[in-house]
Each structure stands twice: as C-alpha cells, then as structure tokens.
Design a protein around this ligand. Structure first.
Ligand code: BGC
Length: 742
C-alpha cells in the first residue's frame, strides 16, 4: 500500500480500536440481553494469570487463533504481500488485537541496537542507535546496558511499538558469524547478564522484549536448514546457560525460537527446548514466537511449545493460520486446551508487561539529544584499548601533525546490517556502498572521528587521506607526527564474514606503519579480526560498531577526554587454525565438538596463545587488586577484593573473578565481575557473587549441577590471561536440580 494511505491508517488505528471497544461495550444485541456483559481487558483485576484467564473465558475460538498468527509489518513485493494497514510503517511484525475485548494489537520492531526499520521499507524511521551488542558487552557494565535498553524502549514506545525483538544472546562460538555484532560475546555469564540487563531496561517502558534466537543459532551460513549438533551437557553449560541468565535477569515477556535445528529437530518444534527446559525447568511463564519463517509444522510446533508464528507475508507457509489450526483441531492433532495455553501465555505477558494498562501510541516526541548521550556513554565505555606502547595514546594537545587515514573517518562510523539496522537522524554518511539492498544497505552514522578530533585538538594540524591509494596514504603518514588508520569490516545478518579486514586494508596498515612509527589503528568491526600487522603498530583500539555518536566516542578516547575502560567480550585469535573449526562455516550438520569450551575456554584447554585474550583491555591509568578473600555463600561463593587506582588519572577497572574446578571443559570459567570507577589513588573494597551453576558440571545421565567435593581455585584478574591473587576453597560434594535458580 502507498505510504501516505498507510500513515493515515496508522494514525487512526488507536482511535478505530477504541471506538470498536466502546461500541461492543455499549451495544448489547436483544437476543443476548441475559449474557454477562463484556469485560474489557483493562477492566480485569488480579494477577496477570487471572486477567488472562478472564479474557480467555470470554473469547471465541477464532479470537484465540487471531493471537497465534503474526504478519510481516512491511510490504514484501516479491511475494506480492502488502502489510496490514494497522502495522507500524516498515516494521518487523504485527499481530491483530481483539477490539471487542480491548486487547490491543502487538506491534513488533527489531530493536537490539535501537528501533530498526526493515531494509525493504520505502522510507526509513530515523532513530538512535546504540553501539553494537558486542560493544555494549565490552563495557562489562550492567547499569549502562540497562540504560541503553531503557533508551531503546522509550523510542519504541514513542513509535507505538509494544513488542521488541531485542535480547540477542547467542554465544560467539564462531568468529565468522555475521551477527556476532548483535550478540554479547562468548561467555555465558557476561552475555547473559548484559542482555538480561538490556531486556529489563526495555521492559521498564511497559512493553515486551524478546530473548532470541533460541537456540544455538551461532552462525548465519545455512541458518534455515542447518543442524547444530552438540551434546546436552555441553549445551547446558554454554548456550543454554547464557539464555538462562538473560531470562532470570531480564524476565522477557517472549522468546524467539531460531531458524536452525538443534540435534536434528527444528528449534521451533523442539519439545526439549521449548517445553522441558524453558517452561519445565526454568519455570518461565512467557510465550514463544518464531523467527520469521522458522516454522515447519502446525501440530508438531504447537504441541512442542511454540505459541505464535511470526511474519506471514515474508513467509507464506502460514502454519499457524486459522485454517491450518482448525484442521489440526478437527483431526485431533491438537486440542482446545493447547489453544488456550498458547493464547493464554500471550495474554499473560501482555498483562504482566504493561501492554494493556499502559497502551502505546505512535508519534510521540523523542529526546534525541539525551538519547545520543546515552549511546555515546555506552560507546565510550565499550571501546577497548588493545595495545598502547611508548605512550602513543592519549594524543596530547601538542600532538603536532596528525594524518587520519581510511575508514571514511572524515564522514562517520560504520554499523552492522540486517534486520537490526537502525537508520540515523540525518543521512547515511557514506551512501552507495554495496550491497545497497538486503543484507545491506551499508550504513555509516554521521559522526566523524576526524571532525571530533579537530574539535578536541585545536592546536594540531590534520590531514585526511581516504586510504584508497596506499602511496598517497604513506606520503600523508610520512609527513605526520602520528598516523591514525581506520580499519573497517562490515558484517550483517544472513551472511558470515571472514574474521579479518580486507587484504588491501591489511596492506595499507603495514605500509603506513613502515612510514610512521607512531601509527595508531582504530578498528570498526563486527567482532574479532586477525591482525597480521599487530606487532608493527604501537597502538590499537577496538571501537566495534560504535553507534550514533561513535565518532565523538572514538575521538574522546584517543585524546584521553575519556579513559578507556572496555574489555574484550571475546577472544581475538592469532590465526584461523587456532579455532575449533578452522575451515569455512559448515552447511548441514554443524558439530560443535568443542562443546562448552567456547572462546577463551577453548584457547585455555588447548593451551593456545591468542592475539588478545578474553577480558583484556588497557587504560591510561593502572589498577591493583589486593586482599582477595573468598567465602561460601549458599551453594555458591562470595569473593571480596580491594581495587586501587595506582595511576594518575581517573578511570574504571573491570575486576574479573575466574574459578577453576575439577572435570571441567576448560581450566577456568568467568565466575563474576564488577566495573568500578576510581579516582587516582582511590581504593574500594568490592564484593562479587559467584553463581553456583558456574561451579558445577552437568553430567550425561545426571541432570542438574553436580559439584564434586574438592578444591576450587578462585582468582582475580585483569583478563582471562592476566590473573593475580588466587584463593583455594574446599567445597563439599553437592548437587543442584535443573530447576535451581537464585
Ligand atoms: C531475524 C530476527 C528478526 C526477524 C524480524 C529474522 O530474519 O533472524 O532476528 O527479529 O527477522 O525482522
């Protein structure tokens, strides 16, 4: 449908719905005079469960079926699909409401990084982008992750969205995964708690967020039919544990089952994942919606625990369309109790998370300046200073001549592609880079590192070279006191990427480093990349995809206006042959033989020296950890340590506690962490709680967390490879059931 017509329909939607509700409440047909009056959703009282039950009791079967089918929220010409009038423009999804009962539609948007617009939409909604999910994980700051989520939720609410597809917690198992930038790294505790905090922030706006993609959707190659093969104990101690932490911390109203199969069964018809684990063991009360086109059956999916099929129009199968559901009911393949369960879970989440009592409306004002500041704070806290020799950084006021090279640093900063793409206010700073359509477009946010550096260092002389002609770049570098080269790697949903800069960028960096010994490399990448030149440059900064204010954040870190405090949420390998799977991403069966030894655990177990280890990150000051003490706390542990800023600048340390036990997949696991801000000379005593599941082993044939009796080592460190004091504690044998939660 044409845009103008759709926008009018969109603006009128709430009014139309309200009118329909009022009409249904006021007009009582003569024949039904004795039937009880309709109780609108907002009029119900009690717990979310009771209110959902009160709604179900009034609903016809067809009304219940309405809630189980979602539509794509954007026109899709290849399938001649026009989005429903009531869908929000350019959105991911729409599920009709039931006006007679005052049940609003579910308006769904992708929103992991900010409120996204589908690439195919004719015009793009301009909203605030946070740095990538991986950058937020690199902050190791739960309060910042929550604030970022709250910002996204506020913008979504202002657009009239009430269900966000945001809460991506797949583990970074495969550095080539094109979606690693959306996720939160390789460790279940860090990823799960960061994503859980973001979900809680989103939902603080009275809307639902969705944890996704459940489960083991750890690469994009062959994602629709690939089969992730992994033994149950390993699964429990890795990918599922990340989901468990995210769900416990965030309490998401919904979860999205993934495209891929897990051990031979599609995720969206997986009784073990959807019912036994999610509902049975984790006691999670929310509803499961499918990824867009991830359903392959009607009865098998419904009976396995899928509640809602998403994206009709983008997918044409319509497995949860009313016709197919009615046929399955008639054939006795599903029963009405199942339909009630499915519709009831959706309604319960709508009540529990504010969709009924705090209805959304589009076209509300947004405080872009305030939101941009949140994005900048997250970028500044997530940029990782990987290397800094000879005090090359921070750049000083008298820095002299500075050559800035490559990466479109004169215009903006790169972002990742696919359904999470957020379009900036203003324009794409570098339009026209291929691919310009799905999985593109490639979008640069208009926040130029060069321009911001000029503002912060007014005494310096800048030259910019686009890096296209290496000889010209070398000339620029040779004539400067410092050369800053920007290296970029674009990644996107639906593709996997080489974990590297392009060959020409590697060559450019090598040449510039030869011409200028003070060469600083700034990386804007989706995840870890190889750096064949790492030994030949004195300073490297990982800026990830730094979001809407990324240029400012990079400039402020380079100049020391901000002291870097990001730490790696993922291992940077030296070479591909260090990875569990060195070849190209696989098709068909993808056997994760490394099991729970993901990322640093693999490197530690195999005694491999990474380029930069998990947890690594430098600062312009130094920190010391002393007086580590460890005590038992319930079934877990409790560590206390003193952290001191021993340098001359204020800064923030990420105190990391690692634990080691017997019979584990790897020598150590991250047990807990805290981000602590300290003035020069300041000392703080901090407490870190270690979840007992991180001390346990899940054995085949013995579901739950077993703690063998014996010695456990607790160490405090600056990274997984830079450990300081350690304490050994003796623990008695113990066991926690699969249902255990804090
Ligand atoms: C992605 C999901 C996304 C959905 C709707 C799918 O292709 O895998 O993450 O939420 O599209 O845009």
């Amino acid at each position: 449908m044409r845009t103008a017509a759709r926008e009018i329909a969109m603006r009128n939607a709430p009014a139309k719905m309200l009118a329909a509700c009022l009409l249904s409440a006021m007009t009582v047909p003569a024949a039904a005079q004795t039937s009880p009056p309709v109780v609108l959703a907002a009029q119900t009282r009690g717990t979310p469960e009771q209110r959902a039950a009160a709604m179900l009791a009034q609903m016809t079967r067809d009304e219940k079926l309405t809630l189980l089918k979602g539509y794509f929220g954007t026109d899709f010409p290849p399938a001649r699909f026009e989005a429903p009038d009531e869908a929000r423009y350019g959105s991911a999804g729409y599920v009709p409401g039931i006006p007679r009962l005052g049940i609003p539609p579910q308006w769904q948007a992708d929103a992991g990084i900010g409120v996204a617009t589908q690439g195919g939409a004719a015009e793009k909604r301009a909203r605030t982008a946070l740095p990538s999910g991986l950058a937020v994980a690199a902050t190791w700051d739960l309060a910042l992750a929550r604030a970022g989520g709250a910002m996204i939720g506020a913008e979504a609410r202002a657009d009239g969205f009430n269900v966000l597809l945001a809460g991506s917690v797949n583990l970074l198992r495969e550095p080539r995964n094109g979606r690693n930038f959306e996720y939160a790294g390789e460790d279940p505790l860090l990823a799960g708690t960061i994503v859980g905090a973001a979900i809680a922030g989103i939902q603080s706006n009275g809307i639902i967020s969705t944890v996704k993609h459940y489960a083991v959707n750890d690469q994009e190659t062959d994602r629709g039919t690939g089969n992730s093969v992994i033994a149950e104990p390993a699964l429990r101690m890795s990918d599922l544990l990340a989901f468990q932490f995210a769900i416990e911390r965030g309490d998401p109203g919904s979860a999205m089952c993934a495209y891929n199969k897990v051990n031979g069964t599609y995720s969206c018809e997986h009784p073990f994942l959807l019912t036994q684990v999610l509902r049975g063991e984790w006691r999670w009360p929310g509803y499961v919606l499918s990824d867009w086109g991830a359903v392959h059956s009607t009865a098998a999916s419904a009976n396995a625990g899928l509640d809602q099929e998403s994206g009709f129009g983008l997918q044409r199968d319509d497995w949860f369309g009313a016709d197919k559901l009615r046929a399955a009911l008639a054939a006795g393949q599903i029963d009405d109790a199942r339909i009630d369960l499915m519709a009831g879970r959706i309604l319960r989440s709508m009540f529990a998370h504010g969709l009924i009592d705090r209805p959304v409306a589009p076209d509300q004002p947004i405080d872009f300046a305030a939101h941009r500041a949140i994005s900048r704070a997250a970028a500044e806290a997530g940029i990782v200073l990987l290397k800094n020799e000879r005090g090359v950084l921070p750049l000083l006021a008298g820095a002299g001549r500075i050559a800035v090279i490559g990466g479109h640093a004169d215009k903006g900063v790169l972002s990742g592609g696919g359904s999470s793409q957020v379009y900036p206010e203003g324009t794409n700073a570098v339009p026209g880079i291929a691919p310009t359509t799905w999985p593109g477009p490639v979008v640069y946010y208009p926040s130029s590192p060069l321009e911001e550096l000029r503002k912060l260092l007014p005494g310096a002389t800048f030259t910019f070279d686009d890096g296209v002609d290496p000889e010209s770049a070398v000339r620029a570098a040779a004539g400067a006191d410092v050369a800053i080269v920007f290296g970029t790697q674009w990644a996107s949903e639906s593709i996997d990427v080489a974990p590297a800069l392009s060959d020409s960028q590697d060559t450019l960096i090598e040449s510039v480093a030869l011409a200028n010994r003070n060469t600083v490399v700034v990386l804007e990448t989706g995840g870890p990349v190889l750096m064949p030149w790492a030994d030949r440059v004195p300073a490297i900064l990982a800026a990830w995809y730094p979001g809407r204010a990324g240029g400012e954040a990079i400039a402020r870190v380079l100049t020391g206006a901000v002291n870097p405090s990001g730490h790696l949420p993922a291992t940077f390998p030296k070479s591909l042959d260090q990875l569990p799977w060195p070849g190209e991403p696989r098709r068909g069966d993808v056997a994760y033989t490394e099991g729970a030894a993901v990322g640093y655990k693999w490197f530690d177990a195999q005694r491999l020296e990474p380029l930069f280890p998990f947890g690594h990150g430098l600062s312009y000051t130094t920190f010391r950890h002393d007086h580590l003490a460890v005590a038992r706390e319930g079934d877990g542990l409790f560590a206390m340590v003193e952290v001191t800023n021993t340098g001359t600048r204020a800064g923030a340390d990420v105190v990391q506690v690692y634990v080691s036990g017997r019979g584990w997949e790897a020598p150590r696991r991250l047990g807990g962490f805290a981000k602590v801000a300290l003035e020069p000379g300041e000392r703080k005593r901090i407490e870190i709680h270690i979840d007992p599941r991180l001390l346990g082993v899940w054995f085949e044939g013995r579901p739950g967390w077993t703690h063998p009796a014996g010695a456990y080592t607790v160490s405090v460190g600056h990274s997984s490879r830079d450990l300081g004091e350690s304490v050994i504690v003796e623990l008695p044998a113990s066991y926690l059931a699969p249902e255990w939660r804090p």
